[in-house]
Ligand binder design. Structure first.
Ligand code: IDP
Ligand code: MG
Length: 136
């Protein structure tokens, strides 16, 4: 099988603040993801604006960037077959209210903005987002 992929996962400030990172990481491992790279960081508002640039025209952009830079986050490169889509499925819908039972956002998310995890939405964006945090 050659469709081994890597995707970017972020454990967002609301989850780090509640000390959920080990629990969330164990959920990834249980589903067969390998955590290839990992770091805990606290990004600036400017970095958050760069990361979320695709959303710059959205009404929630400013709040989103304030939020992602509001506290420490854990960024990870996750690897498995079909990592991008499998991670999106494990995360669940953007709004925890709409997320299916058993998904990370259903279990841990508080609200549409404090939804505990980020995951790349395509193979192409996964490469861009992994480079953003791990290229050095
Ligand atoms: P995703 O994280 O499920 O890929 P996106 O549409 O890419 O969702 O939005 C990025 C992030 O912006 C979401 O995870 C969420 O935290 C926040 N967000 C999305 N839509 C809204 C909204 O309507 N109000 C407030 N925050 C939002
Ligand atoms: Mg997205």
């Amino acid at each position: 099988m050659s469709n081994i992929e890597q995707t970017l996962s972020i454990i967002k400030p609301d989850a780090v603040e509640r000390d959920l990172q080990d629990q969330i990481k164990s959920e990834f491992l249980k589903k067969g993801f390998e955590i290839i790279k990992e770091k805990k960081i606290h990004i600036s508002k400017e970095e958050a604006e760069k990361f979320y640039k695709v959303h710059e025209t959205k009404p929630f952009y400013n709040d989103l960037c304030n939020y992602l830079s509001s506290g420490p986050i854990v960024v990870m490169a996750l690897q498995k077959r079909n990592a991008v889509i499998d991670n999106r499925n494990l995360m669940g819908a953007t709004n925890p209210k709409d997320a299916d039972e058993g998904t990370l956002r259903k279990k841990y998310g508080i609200s549409i903005d404090k939804n505990s995890v980020h995951g790349s939405d395509s193979i192409e964006n996964a490469k861009i987002e992994l480079d953003f945090f791990f290229k050095d």
